[in-house]
Write a protein that binds this ligand. Structure first.
Ligand code: GLU
Length: 303
């Protein structure tokens, strides 16, 4: 497979695209990003790395982090997790509250904000130093100690994350949050403020394409866990556009409002894109287009 040629062609087409979407500004610190950035990086099943564009530059991974906290919570408490968070797509934007009330504080899935807050609560309960231990987990999987939180982004979101406060208090009112709302949100705002490049993202997400093993072949997740997390990414990974992503791209993945997307084809490759401009549903506009081109040009998807 000529991945390098294909990635170069995709990056070239992206550079010529005028409508690049709109950079998220509801977290003030995110609005400072240059919307001209574009990168695409891929790790194949042999561990060979291919990249084109701005793939070494770090950006705020935001909701992409929800898959990583989910994987750690699943490792820690196993299937008990599903008593506290469901696995159905919500069909609503990521920060909606109404379903939460209808469904008695059990979030629809772990990849919307409400679900990620419950997962964050589990980590706060089970880890002695949650922020530090989560960061170490990510660094170890990637084999990269330079990965870190962007404290400015975390602080910016803390000041403006009123909907997340509302969701957390609502969940707490139904008895589905064990810890103080402030502690859970502090952890959550930091996980979202993880700053990573496309290159680092493919190294961490490689385990979801490689039967639970990282690039060095150390096991982090069981095959059964990977199967379940990939299923959740496919059905819930793109806000209320998960159907469209499956239809256009055909890979499990996760996006974030920082403009990143990670997707994978089990036992074949893991790919990450970054372009900060978002479409109306909050997914990176050029990132989605790039991944549609990747699966079309390679003829590879889960379908
Ligand atoms: N930290 C963001 C929030 O809670 C994450 C949003 C996202 O990337 O979907 O609003």
């Amino acid at each position: 497979m000529q991945y390098q040629k294909i990635l170069n062609a995709i990056a070239f087409e992206a550079s010529k695209t005028e409508n690049r979407g709109v950079v998220a500004s509801y977290i003030p610190e995110l609005s400072n990003i240059d919307d001209g950035k574009f990168g695409i990086a891929l790790l194949d099943e042999h561990g060979d790395f291919f990249a084109s564009g701005d793939t070494e530059e770090s950006f705020s991974i935001q909701s992409i982090s929800k898959v990583l906290t989910l994987s750690l919570a699943f490792k820690l408490i196993g299937d008990d997790l599903w008593e506290r968070v469901d696995v159905e797509p919500s069909g609503d934007p990521f920060n909606h509250l109404s379903l939460l009330e209808h469904e008695n504080g059990i979030p629809r899935n772990p990849l919307i904000n409400a679900g990620a807050l419950v997962v964050a609560d589990i980590l706060v309960s089970h880890l002695r130093h949650p922020k530090q231990e989560f960061l170490e987990y990510i660094r170890k999987i990637a084999g990269d100690t330079s990965i870190d939180y962007d404290l400015k982004v975390a602080g910016s979101e803390k000041k403006t994350g009123f909907k997340n406060y509302a969701a957390a208090y609502l969940i707490k009112s139904y008895g589905n949050l064990e810890n103080d709302v402030e502690d859970v949100l502090d952890f959550y705002f930091h996980q979202c403020a993880l700053s990573m490049s496309c290159h680092q993202l493919v190294k961490v997400f490689y385990m979801f394409a490689n039967r639970g093993k990282c690039l060095e072949h150390n096991p982090y997740l069981t095959l059964a866990q990977v199967k379940r997390i990939n299923a959740i990414m496919l059905t819930c990974g793109f806000y209320d556009e998960a159907g469209e992503f499956a239809f256009e791209v055909g890979l499990p993945g996760k996006s974030g409002v920082g403009g990143g997307i990670v997707a994978l084809l089990p036992e074949k490759f893991c790919v990450a894109t970054w372009s900060p401009g978002l479409n109306l549903k909050g997914n990176s506009k050029l990132g989605m287009e790039a991944l549609e081109k990747l699966t079309t040009k390679t003829g590879l998807s889960i379908f």
